[in-house]
Write a protein that binds this ligand. Structure first.
Ligand code: PLZ
Length: 454
C-alpha cells in the first residue's frame, strides 16, 4: 500500500481498559437519549478513523477488521474522498436530482454501468441505503414482468425496510415483532456446502443439484410464469459468508433467463472490490439482469444503486423511481472519488492479497483447533465458522467469546450467520500488511483462548 498515506498512526494502542472513562460517560448519555432498539457492537465511542484504525474518545486505537460492515474499503477518511466531499459541500449540498440534476450523479451511473458484467446497454438509478436499492430492484422487476412473486433464499439478508425484511430470512434481531411483511415473497434453500450440502444418500450436493432443488420448489410451489424476480447475494453476507458450491449461481441465472425471470444480484456487501473483483458475480461469469450496490460505493457516505439492463430501468414511467435524497451530490462526489481510488490503488488486487494472508493463517490454525468448522470466503471477505468440537453443531458461545476477547485486546471483528457462530473479517482494503498481521495475531490468540474452554 505504498501509494497510500495515512493521517493517523497505523498501530494498535490501548491507553485504558475498554470502554474508557469518556466512552462510559457517553454511554450514560446515550441510554437516556437513544432508542434501545438501536444496538452497537463496540462499547467505545469513535473520535477518528483512518486506514485500518479506529480511534476512540479515550485515545485507544483499535484495529478495524470490520470496515463498518464492508463500507470503508478505501478507508474511513481517505484523502481523495475527503477532498471531493469538502469541495462539493462548499458548492452545494442538495438540489434534489428530481428537481435540479448535476453531473456527478450521471458520472456514478456511467461508472457503474461500465463495471457491471455484460456488454449490453445498461442504466443506473441511485438511492440512499441498501434496503432502498433492493426494494427498487424488486419494483423494477415487477414492473417489467407484470408478475408479482419474488423468490429469495434461506440465509438471505437484504435490509430492514418492510419489503427488504420480507426477503430477509432471519427472525432475530431483524424481523421478530415487525410483521406483517410484504406478500408474494417465497423462500427456497440455498447452497451451503458446509451445512446443507448433502443429498439423501449422504453425498455432497453440487452447485447444480442445489440449484435444481431450489428450481424444483419454485416450479411446484409458485410456477415459473408467476415469478418476477429471483433475488440472491452471490455470497450470503449477514447469513454467514456462505459461498455457494460452484455452478449454483450460473444454473439459477440460466433458469431465470429461460423463464423470463429477472435475476437480481444483491452485491451490497460483496460488491466493489471486496471479493477481489469489481463484483462477486464475475467469479462465475454471472451476468445479472439487475445488480444492487451500496456500502463501499461512496467511501462511507450513504449511497446505493440499481444497475442493469436498459430495457428494465428505462421501462419504468418517468417519475416512477426516485426520492428526495437519492443520489445526493455530496454522496455522488464521494462515490466518484471512491471508485477512482479503487482503480488507482487496485483494491481488487489488494483484496485478493488480504484474503490470501487471512486464509494462510487461519487454515493453519484450523488444523490445530477442532472447533473451527470451516474457513471460507473470497478475497477480503473471509469467515471462520465455529462448531462444537468434533461435530458440526453451531457454537455461538465460542464466537461471542472470540469477538469479546479480540476486542479487549483492541481488535474489532464482527460475527454473523443464522446461528451467530461465524466470525467474519472485512478489513478496510487499505489496511497495511503490518496492521493486518497484528490484527490476525490477536484473533489467533482469541481463538486459542476460546478453544481451550470450548
Ligand atoms: N443487502 C447483502 O449486506 C446490509 C446490515 C446490518 P442497508 N448489511 C448490513 C444491520 O444489522 O442492519 C445489506 C446487505 C445486503 C442489503 C443490505 C441493506 O443495506 O444500507 O443497511 O439498508
Amino acid at each position: 500500500m505504498s501509494a497510500l498515506s495515512y493521517r493517523l498512526p497505523q498501530a494498535r494502542r490501548l491507553l485504558t481498559p475498554l470502554p474508557g472513562p469518556r466512552s462510559i460517560a457517553l454511554a450514560a448519555r446515550r441510554s437516556a437519549a437513544v432508542s434501545l432498539g438501536v444496538a452497537s457492537s463496540l462499547p467505545v465511542y469513535v473520535a477518528e478513523a483512518d486506514g485500518g484504525v479506529i480511534v476512540d474518545v479515550d485515545g485507544n486505537a483499535l484495529v478495524d477488521l470490520g470496515s463498518g460492515i464492508a463500507v470503508t474499503s478505501v478507508g474511513a477518511s481517505n484523502p481523495a474522498v475527503v477532498a471531493a466531499v469538502s469541495d462539493q459541500v462548499a458548492r452545494f449540498t442538495h438540489t434534489c436530482f428530481m428537481i435540479g440534476p448535476y453531473e456527478s450523479y450521471v458520472a456514478v451511473a456511467e461508472e457503474l454501468n461500465a463495471l457491471a458484467p455484460g456488454a449490453h446497454e445498461k442504466r443506473t438509478a441511485l438511492f440512499n441505503s441498501g434496503a432502498e436499492a433492493v426494494e427498487n430492484a424488486i419494483k423494477i422487476a415487477r414492473y417489467a414482468t407484470g408478475r408479482s412473486a419474488v423468490v429469495a433464499f434461506e440465509h438471505a439478508y437484504h435490509g430492514r425496510t418492510n419489503l427488504a425484511l420480507a426477503v430477509t430470512s432471519k427472525a432475530m434481531p431483524y424481523k421478530s415483532g415487525f410483521g406483517p411483511f410484504a406478500p408474494e415473497v417465497y423462500r427456497v434453500p440455498t447452497s451451503y456446502p458446509f451445512r446443507e450440502g448433502l443429498n439423501a444418500d449422504g453425498s455432497p450436493m453440487t452447485g447444480v443439484e442445489a440449484a435444481e432443488r431450489a428450481i424444483g420448489l419454485i416450479e411446484t410451489q409458485i410456477g415459473a410464469s408467476r415469478v418476477a424476480a429471483l433475488l440472491i447475494e452471490p455470497i450470503h453476507g449477514e447469513g454467514g459468508f456462505i459461498v455457494p458450491a460452484a455452478g449454483f449461481l450460473p444454473e439459477l441465472a440460466r433458469w431465470a433467463g429461460a423463464n423470463g425471470v429477472v435475476f437480481i444480484a444483491d452485491e451490497i456487501q460483496t460488491g466493489l472490490c471486496r471479493t477481489g473483483a469489481w463484483l462477486a458475480s464475475e467469479h462465475e461469469g454471472l451476468v445479472p439482469d439487475l445488480v444492487t450496490t451500496a456500502k463501499a460505493l461512496a467511501g462511507g457516505l450513504p449511497l446505493s444503486a440499481v444497475t442493469g439492463r436498459a430495457e428494465l430501468l428505462d421501462g419504468v414511467h418517468p417519475g416512477g423511481l426516485g426520492g428526495t435524497y437519492g443520489g445526493n451530490p455530496v454522496a455522488c462526489a464521494a462515490a466518484v472519488a471512491t471508485l477512482e481510488q479503487m482503480r488507482a490503488l487496485d483494491l481488487s488486487g489488494r483484496a485478493r492479497e488480504i484474503g490470501a494472508a487471512i486464509r494462510r493463517r487461519l487454515t493453519a490454525l484450523a488444523t490445530e483447533l477442532d472447533f473451527i468448522g470451516e474457513v471460507r470466503g473470497r478475497g477480503a471477505m473471509m469467515a471462520i465458522e465455529l462448531v462444537e468440537p468434533g461435530g458440526r453443531l453451531p457454537n455461538p458461545a465460542a464466537a461471542r467469546a472470540v469477538v469479546a476477547s479480540a476486542l479487549r485486546a483492541g481488535v474489532v471483528v464482527l460475527s454473523c450467520g443464522a446461528y451467530g457462530n461465524v466470525i467474519r473479517l472485512l478489513p478496510p482494503l487499505v489496511i497495511s500488511d503490518e496492521l493486518l498481521e497484528d490484527g490476525l495475531s490477536v484473533l489467533e490468540d482469541a481463538l486459542r483462548e476460546a478453544a481451550a474452554v470450548a
